[in-house]
Design a protein around this ligand. Structure first.
Ligand SMILES: [Zn+2]
Length: 245
């Protein structure tokens, strides 16, 4: 079986093997054994590094996969050379570890991952933009896109307001004057940014600019929303945050 696969995690196993968690276009997340890949002379040494994207030839036996051959398509070396980038990439990878195993339809998620790693490595835009866009777009792909288009009560568009973390319902500032439990405030520009992230062409995902204050509101919201919906805490995220404290 041939798959396009991005390595999310590589764990050392026995003397010279690795167990990989990969995100594939064809079958979602897979666990793959890469025998001998820790030997320096191994032709699998490079493609089994974290964040390497390859065409992989897998051999399947009794539902277990092993790696036979890999042709590298992209390698995001720059991610590992910078501690902030490495930390943020590590967080993205740990979020993606929740992708369903052996399920088709992973194409969009894989594209989101590749675009995010690329933008992060090249420094195409601020990390706060990449992080917020990754988090909220991923939630949208998981079927949790909040509806920012209009206030759920009065139907007005183009206003700031409160989004409820549990229900994803958005109420404008006039309809909800004070936040209730689980509400997060987004000003008008931050709400527009959120709407853009969930609906734009993936190729233009990071092509938005917000004033600093709105971006901070949006960033807070995207992070909290993902943590709330996935019901997980991420050590990689704690580490990333610790770099700025
Ligand atoms: Zn309203």
């Amino acid at each position: 079986m041939t798959v396009d696969a991005l390595v999310l995690r590589a764990v050392d196993y026995r003397e010279s093997d690795k167990i990989l968690t990969v995100l594939t276009r064809e079958k979602g997340r897979l666990t793959v054994k890469a025998a001998g890949s820790r030997r320096k002379s191994s032709r699998l040494a490079s493609p089994t590094q974290p964040y390497c994207y390859s065409e992989m030839v897998l051999f399947e036996k009794d539902g277990r996969y092993s790696l036979n051959e890999a042709n590298i398509k992209s390698q995001f070396f720059g991610l590992c050379a910078d501690i902030e980038k490495a930390a943020l990439a590590g967080y993205f990878a740990s979020v993606l570890m929740a992708e369903p195993e052996e399920t088709p339809g992973g194409e969009e998620v894989l594209r989101l991952a590749l675009n995010s790693f690329y933008a992060l490595e090249k420094g195409l835009c601020p990390q706060t933009v990449i992080k917020a866009a990754f988090e909220l777009r991923y939630m949208a792909l998981c079927g949790y896109a909040p509806d920012f288009a209009a206030c759920a009560q009065c139907g007005e568009t183009g206003r700031g307001g409160y989004i409820n973390m549990e229900s994803g319902v958005f109420l404008c500032e006039s309809c909800r004057k004070a936040p209730s439990y689980g509400d997060k405030y987004l000003d008008k520009t931050a709400a527009e940014g959120a709407k853009y992230i969930t609906s734009c062409d993936l190729k233009r995902l990071f092509s938005f600019k917000l004033p600093e204050e709105s971006l901070a509101l949006l960033g807070d919201f995207c992070e909290e929303y993902l943590i709330n919906k996935t019901e997980q805490s991420y050590r990689a995220l704690d580490f990333y945050r610790s770099l700025f404290s």
